[in-house]
Ligand binder design. Structure first.
Ligand code: HXC
Length: 260
C-alpha cells in the first residue's frame, strides 16, 4: 500500500506504523485517519504480523491532535461525520486481533491522546506530554476522549483533565495509569519493540483470545464475563499451540508456537 501520511514497515513479525506529518506535529486529518484505517484492516488479515507498534514521526510529537485547520469551518453535521469516521478508524487499534502498542515520543494531545488510548498498551518517553485540550478550542473531544480516558484513569481524574485542558508529563501519566511505562527518549522504540517481540514469541491464538477476553469482558457484567472467559479457555484447547505449549513445559524445553 502507498501512503501519503504514514510510514509502515514490518520487522520480525512486528508492524511499525509511523504517523508522518511532522511539520504539522502529525495533526490527524481525514486523509491520515483513512489511511490508518485501511492499513489496520490489512494488518488484521495478515497472519505474519503478530503485534503493531504505532509512533509519531519527527522529534516533537506523537500527534498534536485532530487537524484544526481542517476542522475550523465545519458545520455541526460535518463535525459529527468527522468524529464518527475518525473514531471508526481509530477504534481499529482496539479491535484488530493483534495487540497494539503506542510508543509516545512527544505531544499526544486531543485526537493524539485518543489514538494512544485506543491502543492496548502505552509506553511513553520522558518527553511525552498528554492532554485533552479541546475545551481551549470550544469543542469536546470527538475520538473517544470522554469515554476511554475515564475507563483508563477513573472518572474524577478524567474530568479534571477534560475540564481544565491541562497538559501533563509522562510521570503524571504513569501515576494515573494512563501509560504502562516511561523510558528515555532514545530507548523508546527499542523498548516498544522489545515488548512487541516478547508478545510475538508467545502462543498467538492465546494472545489474541486474551485481548478479546479483556475487550469483550469489559462490556459485560462480571458473571457473564467470567463465563465468557471459560468459553475462551475451552476454545484454546482446540489449538495446536496448547498441545505444544503444555508438552514443551512437561518436556522441559522451549515451546515452538505456530499460531494454529
Ligand atoms: C493543525 C497543528 C496542530 C493541530 C500543531 N499544528 N498542532 N495544525 N492541527 N492540532 C501545526 C501548527 O499550526 C504549526 O504549523 C506546526 O504544527 C508547529 O506547531 P507550533 O504550534 O508552532 O509548535 P509549538 O509552539 O512547539 O507548540 C506545540 C503545541 C501546539 C503545544 C502542541 O502546536 C498546540 O497547542 N497544538 C494544538 C493542540 C490541540 O489543541 N490539540 C487538540 C486539537 S482538537 P505552522 O504551519 O505554523 O508551522 C482535537 C479534537 C479531536 O484533537 C476530535 C475530533 C473529532
Amino acid at each position: 500500500m502507498e501512503f501519503q501520511n504514514l510510514l509502515f514497515e514490518v520487522r520480525d513479525g512486528v508492524g511499525i506504523i509511523t504517523l508522518n506529518r511532522p511539520k504539522a506535529l502529525n495533526a490527524l486529518n481525514s486523509a491520515l485517519l483513512d489511511e490508518m484505517g485501511a492499513l489496520l484492516d490489512d494488518i488484521a488479515k495478515n497472519e505474519a504480523i503478530h503485534v503493531v507498534v504505532i509512533t509519531g514521526g519527527g522529534e516533537k510529537a506523537f500527534a498534536a491532535g485532530a487537524d484544526i485547520a481542517e476542522m475550523q469551518n465545519f458545520t455541526a453535521i460535518e463535525g459529527r461525520t468527522f468524529s464518527v469516521s475518525g473514531m471508526k478508524n481509530i477504534s481499529k487499534l482496539e479491535t484488530i486481533p493483534q495487540p497494539t502498542i503506542a510508543a509516545v515520543n512527544g505531544f499526544a494531545l486531543g485526537g493524539g491522546c485518543e489514538v494512544v488510548m485506543a491502543c492496548d498498551i502505552r509506553i511513553a518517553s520522558t518527553k511525552a506530554k498528554f492532554g485533552q485540550p479541546e475545551v481551549n478550542l470550544g469543542v469536546t473531544p470527538g475520538f473517544g476522549g470522554t469515554q476511554r480516558l475515564p475507563r483508563l484513569v477513573g472518572p474524577a481524574i478524567a474530568k479534571e483533565l477534560l475540564f481544565t485542558g491541562d497538559v501533563i508529563g509522562a510521570e503524571r501519566a504513569y501515576q494515573i495509569g494512563l501509560v504502562n511505562q516511561v523510558v528515555e527518549p532514545e530507548e523508546l522504540l527499542n523498548k516498544a519493540l522489545e515488548m512487541a517481540q516478547k508478545i510475538a514469541s508467545k502462543g498467538q491464538l492465546a494472545v489474541r483470545m486474551s485481548k478479546q477476553g479483556v475487550n469483550e469482558g469489559m462490556n459485560m457484567d462480571l458473571s457473564r464475563a467470567l463465563q465468557y472467559e471459560s468459553e475462551l479457555f475451552g476454545l484454546s484447547f482446540s489449538t495446536e499451540d496448547q498441545k505444544e505449549g503444555m508438552a514443551a513445559f512437561l518436556e522441559k524445553r522451549q515451546a515452538e508456537f505456530k499460531g494454529r
